[in-house]
Design a binder for this molecule. Structure first.
Ligand SMILES: CSC[C@H]1O[C@H](OP(=O)(O)O)[C@H](O)[C@@H]1O
Ligand SMILES: Nc1ncnc2[nH]cnc12
Length: 292
């Protein structure tokens, strides 16, 4: 069954014009207050929910983004698919500013964020070996190509804590030793949380700069990033319109069944308060006893 498409808009993307029946809705989450209200509406026949990751006016730092509340709120609104649109730096000369990368792997270097919905009283372990939805990622590539975006299918995104950009030594290490293709500050733990919530998740990374490794380019400068982002905004919206017209159902990764064997805590040892909070994220696998 085709569900609602959630879009998380990153830096420079605080709205998505052109939705029918558009309304900004406050959504309550037991995991905190989401980054902002969520814009709901439809694009053609496709129900959609748009959440600006940093909030309108860019109030949240990459560290303060309430990742758990955001994913939980999108799931509560009926999202089955979530696409992240993010600004990123590039480690590759053949991936210049203006190109998009549909990411297929991550290196998680973040360390100051809540990374799981689970905890004492309900312990769960999901696989993130394949951290994005294959079908949704392929659909993002097709949609991007259909609107003339220069898009790369696959790439490794290094998620750093920020908010400062990398030193040159870090940038060279991420590129030459770790083999990362792009760098950003927000896709982790977002992708991990989306997997815990059994959402199909894909990440479209929009390249704004060459980070600080490139001998012919200076250090990253936010004004350059913003100039590139302004061009990216229209392209990103075109991509969303094309994707909404042809959202896939199902996938080979099994995103929507990620919790089937994930929860280890014995039913009689589960914390009722945490179980109650997990109603949206893990409702599919909680036992009838848990839910009473
Ligand atoms: C404005 S440059 C740094 C900032 O932009 C990216 O945000 P997002 O992923 O939400 O587009 C990057 O991760 C940093 O948070
Ligand atoms: N070079 C970079 N490093 C981290 N996040 C970014 N977002 C945009 N460019 C970036």
């Amino acid at each position: 069954m085709r569900g609602r498409l959630g879009i998380i808009g990153g830096s420079g993307l605080y709205d998505i014009p052109g939705l029918a029946d558009a309304a900004w809705q406050d959504v309550d989450s037991p995991f905190g207050v989401p980054s902002d209200a969520i814009l709901t509406g439809t694009l053609g026949d496709q129900p959609l929910a748009f959440l600006p990751r940093h909030g309108r006016g860019h109030v949240h730092t990459p560290t303060s983004v309430p990742y758990r509340a955001n994913i939980d709120a999108l799931k509560r609104l009926g999202c089955t698919h979530v696409v992240s649109l993010s600004a990123c730096g590039s480690f590759r000369a053949d991936m210049p500013p203006g190109d998009f990368v549909v990411v297929d792997q991550f290196i998680d270097r973040t360390f100051a964020r809540d990374k799981s919905f689970f905890g004492p009283g309900c312990v769960g372990h999901v696989s993130v070996a394949h951290p994005v939805c294959d079908a949704l990622s392929a659909a993002c590539v097709t949609a991007a190509r259909s609107v003339g975006i220069n898009v790369h299918a696959g790439g490794t995104y290094l998620a750093m804590e920020g908010p400062q950009f990398s030193t040159r030594a870090e940038s060279v290490m991420y590129r030459d030793v770790w083999g990362a293709d792009v760098i950003g500050m927000t896709n982790m733990p977002e992708a991990k949380l989306a997997r815990e919530a059994e959402l199909h998740y894909a990440s479209v990374a929009m390249i704004t700069d060459f980070d600080s490794w490139h001998p012919d380019h200076g250090a990253v400068d936010v004004s350059d990033v913003i100039a590139t982002l302004q061009g990216n905004g229209t392209k990103a919206r075109d991509l969303v319109v094309a994707l909404a017209a042809d959202l896939p159902t199902g996938c080979a990764v099994g995103c929507d069944t990620a919790l089937t064997h994930a929860i280890m805590t014995a039913p009689d040892r589960r914390d009722p308060d945490l179980i109650a909070k997990l109603d949206a994220v893990a409702g599919r696998v909680l036992t009838p006893k848990d839910k009473t």
